[in-house]
Ligand binder design. Structure first.
Ligand code: SF4
Length: 408
């Protein structure tokens, strides 16, 4: 979501006549989009702000703006802590001076990447005990379908081939709107947009994902076979303390239902290790669940208390850091071997790749199921759907050769 918002802020500034620079040192205007989802992310923002403070001392003429989740309702406090920052604005907001100068109403990337993002719902009503998002991004607010569809059409008109619909919990989409449209209905409308090749969405919530949505993923041809379904823990008592609203049994059934309906579906999940009071046995439940369900991707984080959250107020952060790191490492190793095996099944197969750009001299793109693919070729493939024959696999990516270019 931050990436999508940064893209829009950049585009906004371009419309006002600014151009992107390669480094902060060359810039007249710097916008820092912050993330505080974990302590390590917050530390990085503070370090960056400190280095910008020195830059501002050397070049007093530059303008600094701070946005993202570090900007909470206590902006006065932030002004005191970072007096050298000129503007503070909350995620999704734009400072008034920008609004005033902006003659163009829409804030869309002028030259979107072939794969672009559209926010469909902001905020979250769930209050999982470890999570700071509802405090920083507020309650759920869905955008109207007509607005979203208009935006996707415009992005497609400017060259986008793939759109990822974003929300902290996309399964809640539409409940706060008058006609109560849901994500399945939104997907079927977006599926009819000419020129759009692929639709993705994230993130789902295991307690809210509906049968209707699973059917829509199975039957709508542009909706990709990749579902991000954070489990967070395999132990029911930890899930309860996390206030996740489901059990590991429910989660397993949901995965079974998805795999039965959606052919070739890839699944990714998020896990937190070292949540307060998590015993070795409870951690083992998570390991068992991951070994059994075999995800394509697992994002692992060590628990870090975020001030103001329910967990930070009610529980002691009592799992030692060394133990948390060991648990993290154990899951990383497990997942590496699972992903190695899953990806190896693609060896010699042909996959469809949407080419997003070049990295290290090679073209790179993703399959419908989200696998990162690299290939060498002198021709221009940017924004094209290409058939690639897979010649090498690793747990993180695939490499191959062009078989056939399907569209331009
Ligand atoms: S559903 Fe996601 S964003 Fe919402 S509180 Fe839980 S973890 Fe945070």
């Amino acid at each position: 979501m931050n990436k999508a918002e940064s893209e829009r802020i950049g585009s906004y500034l371009e419309q006002l006549g600014y151009q992107a620079t390669a480094t902060a040192e060359e810039a007249d205007f710097i916008v820092l989009n912050s993330c505080v989802v974990r302590q390590s992310a917050e530390n990085r923002v503070i370090n960056k702000l400190n280095s910008l403070k020195f830059l501002k001392r050397l070049k007093p003429g530059i303008t600094l703006a701070l946005t993202g989740c570090l900007v909470n309702s206590e902006i006065d406090q932030l002004r005191k802590s970072f007096p050298y920052v000129d503007y503070f604005f909350k995620p999704g907001d734009y400072p008034l001076w920008m609004e005033k100068q902006n003659k163009l109403r829409k804030i869309l990337p002028q030259h979107p990447s072939p794969s672009t993002f559209v926010t469909i719902i902001q905020g979250c009503d769930n209050f999982c005990s470890f999570c700071i998002v509802p405090y920083r991004r507020g309650r759920e607010r869905s955008r109207r379908p007509v607005e979203i569809i208009g935006e996707v059409k415009e992005l497609v008109g400017r060259g986008a081939k793939e759109v990822t619909l974003l929300g902290q919990n996309v399964d809640s989409y539409g409940y706060d709107l008058q006609d109560k449209p849901d994500l399945a209905e939104l997907l079927s409308q977006i599926n009819t947009i000419d020129g759009l090749a692929r639709i993705r969405f994230l993130t789902n919530h295991p307690k809210d994902m509906s049968h209707k949505l699973i059917e829509a993923i199975a039957y709508l041809d542009k909706v990709c076979e990749l579902i991000c379904l954070p489990v967070q823990s395999g132990d029911n008592n930890i899930l309860k303390a996390m206030r996740r609203g489901y059990t590991s049994e429910h989660y397993r059934q949901l995965v079974e239902q998805i795999r039965n309906k959606v052919a070739g579906v890839a699944l990714s999940t998020d896990v937190i290790v070292g949540f307060p009071s998590e015993s070795p046995g409870q951690f083992q439940q998570t390991v068992n669940l991951l070994s059994e369900l075999r995800f394509d991707t697992v994002h692992i984080a060590t628990y870090s208390p975020r001030p103001g959250t329910i967990a930070s107020r009610q529980f002691e952060d009592d799992v030692p850091m060394a133990e948390k790191k060991e648990r993290l490492h154990k899951i990383e190793q497990l997942q590496e071997s699972i992903a190695t095996e899953i990806n190896a099944q693609l060896l010699g197969k042909t996959v469809e790749v949407l080419v997003e750009g070049k990295k290290g001299g090679k073209w790179q793109g993703r399959t419908r199921s989200g696998k990162l693919v690299f290939f060498n070729d002198n021709r221009d493939y940017l924004g094209r759907l290409v058939k690639i024959r897979v010649e090498k696999t690793s747990p993180w990516s695939l490499q191959g050769k062009v078989e056939l270019s399907t569209t331009n």
